[in-house]
Design a protein around this ligand. Sequence first.
Ligand code: FES
Ligand code: FE2
Length: 430
Amino acid sequence: MIGNDGQSRGRSLLSAASNEMLTRVGPGTPMGELLRRYWQPIAGASEFDSQPVKPVRLMGEDLVLYRDRAGHYGLIDRHCPHRRADMAYGWVEQTGIRCSYHGWLMDAAGRCLEQPYEDTANPRPSRAGCDVKAYPVKECAGLVFAYLGPLPAPELPVWEPLTWPNGFREIVLADVPCNWFQCQENSIDPVHFEWMHDNWSSRQRGGDHNTAPRHLKLKFEEFEHGFIYKRVREGQSEQDRYWTVGRVALWPNGFFLGSHFEWRVPVDDENTLSVAWFFTRVPKGREPYVQERVPTWVSPLKNENGRFITSHIINQDIVAWIGQGRIADRTKENLRSSDIGITMMRRRFFAEMEAVAAGKEPGGVIRSANQARCIALPNIARELNTEGIALADFGKEPLLRPRLNEFRFHYGQPPEVRRAFIEAMGIGGD
Ligand code: FES
Ligand SMILES: [Fe+2]
């Protein structure tokens, strides 16, 4: 069924039908049903400080996400149950959101609480048929998560880094016009770091040699919460943390690199919301540092000439994802040994889609509140981020050194976020 032997020889044999299965996310599709079993990050909580209502499209469903005056989130149908006006132009009240057309009021459970004219003019107004679809929402570490699957919802997995104190966190969103799965395949693709992020960056700075340390050895492993890739590059050994610990392609659509997470959230079959959460531990001696509000910003993808921005790490990744086509045609690829992890991941997706179709709970769904409260992940940067290091030592640490000078992951960090970061780190002005 998987039809993909592309390990070290020959062409991939992924069929068009298999490609459809991996990429289609609407309600009732195998992948859509699988992904709906997991909580998805869909926004930053701080977005709702200035604008409490946000239209969102998730896995082909048009919805509106809001935070009411009591501070509760709701995620309900984009259209009002009365005559289908756009709830994104409604306003929030103490409880729920009110349609701006005739004032019907909806709550986070999708119940229609008020129909002002009916409630006034009719002795027994009917709410029959007026409930709308509504999905559970939770906030964690500045992120807003939603669950679009069958109830009861599983626990929201709280990954350990989301619980770390004494760090400056920020959330960066990007609207990526291509299918989510090619974005997620990038989470298990170590060799691209050498070429896309190292050699290409150096070429853009005027270099004319490929000077990045080459990858010498790769290993891919599966674990409870996804896959781990390990690598040895020139100048490293098997004692290095990139080999002993590795990095995590987080099941089902995340990526964890030690100090930050990335999620590739399907908007629909041809669009993805990239959600990234970053943590930088304040230098030793600056604790306690309490960040009241986690800033959220949107990274632009194109410059004023309409060209993709290629200077920043995740912007570079996005150029690769979009370049593969709106939905990558996997019948035409040629997988090799660098792609073993990709094949492993596809196999796991096919197996879990089958499990869901058979009425089973797929892997990685957590039902125990105790287990979900703080889940450790393999982490190359755990000590750096929990113990912290002195500011004077940042320069010795390749993972931290670049952070002080600039935010290299996404283009477009707003100046006020940079200022807040400088203040948190205690590093003076630019
Ligand atoms: S369409 Fe929303 S209240 Fe009439
Ligand atoms: Fe990358």
